[in-house]
Design a binder for this molecule. Sequence first.
Ligand SMILES: Cc1cc2nc3c(=O)[nH]c(=O)nc-3n(C[C@H](O)[C@H](O)[C@H](O)COP(=O)(O)OP(=O)(O)OC[C@H]3O[C@@H](n4cnc5c(N)ncnc54)[C@H](O)[C@@H]3O)c2cc1C
Length: 376
Amino acid sequence: MLASAKYIAETVLAPSARQNDREGRFSIEAISALGEAGLLGLTLPEEVGGCGLGLHSFSGVMAAIAEADASVAMVYLMHTLAASTIVAAPRSDLFSGILRDIAAGRHLSTLAFSEAGSRSHFWAPVSRARTNGAGIRLSAKKSWVTSAGHARSYVVSALSPDGSGPTNTTLYLVPNEVAGLSIAGRWDGLGLRANASAPMVLDDCHLGSELRLTEDGAGFQAMMNVVLPQFNLGSTCVALGLCRAAIKETTAHLKAGRFEHLGQSLGEALPTLRALLATMVIETDGLSARVDDLVDHLERPRDTTMLRVLESKAAAGETAISVTSAAMRAAGGAAFSKHLSIERFFRDAQAGAIMAPTSDVLREFIGRATLGMELF
Ligand SMILES: Cc1cc2nc3c(=O)[nH]c(=O)nc-3n(C[C@H](O)[C@H](O)[C@H](O)COP(=O)(O)OP(=O)(O)OC[C@H]3O[C@@H](n4cnc5c(N)ncnc54)[C@H](O)[C@@H]3O)c2cc1C
C-alpha cells in the first residue's frame, strides 16, 4: 500500500497542491484516488474489507502523503482516527456497513472534538447531549472540523446527558445529512489551506441511540486510548513529510540556483547554505527515528509508551517549524517570493504546534508526568 500511496502522492496530490493551497480548495480528487486504492480503509480489519495493516504501514503512508500535500495528509489522518473510533465501538450492523463503505472508498469521516467554549482543551467539551425518547438531542459549536462539508460523517464529542465533571463525555457518529448540522463559515487558514477545517454548528440535532459510539461517560477513554496515540503518531508523520519536502526542494534549489559570476551553484559556493541543509537533514532524520520508536512503543506497550506519545508530537511540531524555517532562509528570496513551494511547507508546518494537544499542553503533561503529578 505504501507504493500505491506514493504513486497517488506523485501523480494526483503533488501536481495540484500549490493551486489548491492558493485557492483554499479541498481536493476531492485526492480523496477519490485514496479511496479507489483502498487507502481509506488501510487500518480497518479485513472482515469489513479493510487492509488490516498496522501502525508501521500507517506511518509510512502518512509521511508519503504529507510530503506531497500536508492538507490532504491532515484530512487522511482525521479520517483514519474517526475510522479507528468506529472500529473500537460495539459492533452493530450500522457500524459494520459504514466500515465496509469506508474500506470501499465511499465514505470519508472526521473528528469534531474542539469547541469554541473549551478551545484547545478538546477533552472537555462544553456541549451536553440531552436524552430524548429513543435517542438524544445535541447542540454544539465545533470550532475547527477538518473536511467540514466534505465528510459523510463526523465523530462528535459532548458531555454525557447525566454525567458530572468536565471529562464525562460520550462520542457519537453524526451523519452529514442530519437536520440541524451546518458548516458555519469558510476555512481561510495561514497553512493547511486546502483541508476545509471550518467551524460547524449542531443545532438541536436528533440522533438515534444506535449512533452512540461509546458508553455514556466513556468518550474520554476513547479519546485518550484510541484517538490520542494515533493522532500524535500521525501528526509526527505529517511533520516528517513536511521536513522531507523542505529538504528535497531546498536541495534542488541549491543545485539549480547559480552564481554565474563565480561559475558555481549556490550549494557549491556557500558553506553557510550547506550547513543549513545539513542541520535540516539531522533534525529530519532524528524525527524519522522518533516515528520508528513511537511505532515500536505502541506495538509493544510499556511504561514509557504514553510519555513517547506526548513527546513525539511536541518534538515534531518544533522540528517542522525549525526545518521549514531553515529552508526559507536557505532558499532566500526565491522562497520568500513564492517561486518555490517552501513557503507553503513553512505555513503548513505552523499548524502542528497549535493543533490540540498543543505543544504547550504536551509540555505541561510531560512535566506533570515526570513529577508524578496527575495529568488532568
Ligand atoms: C488546521 C487545523 C485543523 C483542525 N482540525 C480539527 C479537527 O478536525 N477536529 C477538531 O476537533 N479540532 C481541530 N482543530 C482544532 C485544534 O485541535 C485546536 O483545538 C485549536 O487549534 C486550538 O485553538 P485555540 O488556539 O483557540 O486554543 P487556545 O486554547 O486558545 O490556545 C491558545 C494558546 O494557549 C496555549 N494553551 C492552551 N492551554 C494551555 C495550557 N493548559 N497550558 C499551556 N498553554 C496552553 C496553546 O498552546 C496555544 O498556544 C484544528 C485546528 C487547526 C489549526
